[in-house]
Design a protein around this ligand. Structure first.
Ligand code: IPE
Ligand code: IPE
Ligand code: MG
Length: 251
């Protein structure tokens, strides 16, 4: 068991991103339906949020539904959307009580009305909180995110035709992307043993430390999360420099 006090003693990530994967395989292993896997998986999110609160980690992102996930059987898509609605109903008051701000990232338009309505309501009610920002990536893909940034920039240029393209920097472009104020993740966790990004944050992961674990998402508990953070605390983040140049401990 990893002790939370030991983690607290070291430097901590500002932003942890999680690709919650393996619900289906978790269920299959137990002879259960994929729905049961998703149900169990949905209940895991809360433990991770509570641990972020305990550790004072200010940003956590969950990849909940990708642009590509629409291609799953319609029944499974419905189950996932229903579970999301249920979770929003169940945890809205708790989020307010804990001063959590919900930020939804992704293309809102295609989501079912019952999900859109609930998301809008919780986002509105929690918009002034900043103890912990929970980013829910929904109907999200990294390429959509970058394209959306380009679309917004093009609109800006139409209104400001004098805009000099040579003044465009990474920092300026980043501001046009949805969620442009959110710091890049320091740690990305993917469960279920898959070694890929699956079109999650592409721009944002440029220098993120990656952590892959074979544990399926429904089994990814507080201890597994602490293990990932303990592993991250051992990493030397050089950002292109050499080891001897890394003198500060806050990277
Ligand atoms: C993650 O589990 C949930 C979503 C992608 C929405 P999966 O449903 O992908 O589970 P596996 O990968 O089939 O085991
Ligand atoms: C990634 O999981 C998307 C989410 C966790 C929401 P998938 O299960 O959809 O990824 P692939 O298809 O195996 O890459
Ligand atoms: Mg999967």
């Amino acid at each position: 068991m990893v002790k939370i006090e030991d983690i607290r003693g070291g430097r901590l990530p500002t932003h942890v991103a999680l690709i919650m994967d393996g619900n289906g395989r978790w269920a299959k292993q137990r002879g259960l339906s994929r729905t049961e896997g998703h149900r169990k998986g949905a209940n895991r999110v809360r433990d991770i949020i509570d641990t972020c609160l305990e550790l004072h980690i200010p940003y956590v992102s969950f990849f909940a539904f990708s642009t590509e996930n629409w291609q799953r059987p319609q029944e499974e898509v419905n189950v996932l959307m229903d579970l999301l609605s249920q979770a929003l109903d169940k945890y809205a008051d708790e989020a307010i009580e804990k001063q959590i701000k919900l930020i939804v990232l992704g293309d809102f338009n295609r989501l079912p009305e019952h999900v859109k309505g609930r998301l809008a309501k919780v986002q509105e009610k929690t918009k002034d909180f900043d103890r912990l920002k929970v980013i829910l990536a929904l109907n999200y893909s990294g390429r959509w995110d970058i394209l959306e940034g380009a679309r917004r920039l093009i609109n800006h240029v139409r209104q400001n035709p004098d805009f000099d393209p040579n003044t465009l920097t990474e920092e300026i472009f980043r501001k046009f992307m949805p969620g442009g104020d959110i710091p890049d993740p320091d740690l990305l966790i993917r469960t279920s043993g898959e070694l890929r990004i699956s079109n999650f944050y592409l721009w944002q992961l440029a220098y993120t430390e990656l952590y892959f674990t074979p544990v399926f998402w429904p089994d990814f508990d507080k201890n597994e999360f602490l293990k990932a953070i303990a592993d991250w605390q051992q990493r030397e983040r050089r950002f292109g420099k050499i080891s001897e140049q890394i003198t500060t401990k806050d990277g």
